[in-house]
Design a protein around this ligand. Structure first.
Ligand code: 5GP
Ligand code: ZN
Length: 132
């Protein structure tokens, strides 16, 4: 994808601080970290959304993430390693890997309320039973 910043990083057209690379994946430091050590893992193949990636890419992404999490836990002074998939800013599937401290106040998503007691059931029914 010509206008994807992560594809430009993969090509070497935009610099990054690499922490892991193989033929199919790249991990590098996030330019706007939410904690010291915040990194991103990306597949080199451009796919915007995680749900559109092939199963092999997803499996390998999470196995690699698990290995990187151990590296973080063993070598940084963190209490646990948070991972996340957001994709609000960059349309190239990526996994955030963030070292965290127990006393760090993680930003919480604001809590909402359903309009009626039945609405939560309606939402559950829409999601249930559609997995192939
Ligand atoms: P998301 O798409 O998951 O909401 O966030 C994208 C992440 O990519 C952000 O944490 C942002 O700081 C990071 N990011 C965006 N552009 C660049 C870049 O050019 N270089 C690096 N290293 N990180 C970037
Ligand atoms: Zn891309």
């Amino acid at each position: 994808m010509d206008n994807c910043i992560f594809c430009k990083i993969i090509k070497g057209d935009v610099p990054c601080i690499k922490i892991y690379e193989d033929d199919n994946f790249l991990a590098f430091m996030d330019i706007y970290p939410v904690a010291k050590g915040h990194a991103l893992l990306i597949p080199k193949k451009h796919v915007e959304w995680m749900q559109d990636c092939d199963d092999d890419t997803i499996s390998k992404s999470f196995v690699l993430t698990k290995k990187l999490m151990s590296q973080f836990k063993n070598n940084l002074s963190c209490d646990f390693v948070q991972i996340g998939v957001v994709g609000e800013q960059v349309p190239h599937f990526h996994i955030h890997i963030i070292p965290q401290k127990n006393n760090h106040l993680l930003p919480r998503w604001p809590i909402i309320s359903y309009d009626t007691p039945d609405e939560i059931i309606e939402y559950a029914k829409k999601i249930q039973g559609h997995i192939e």
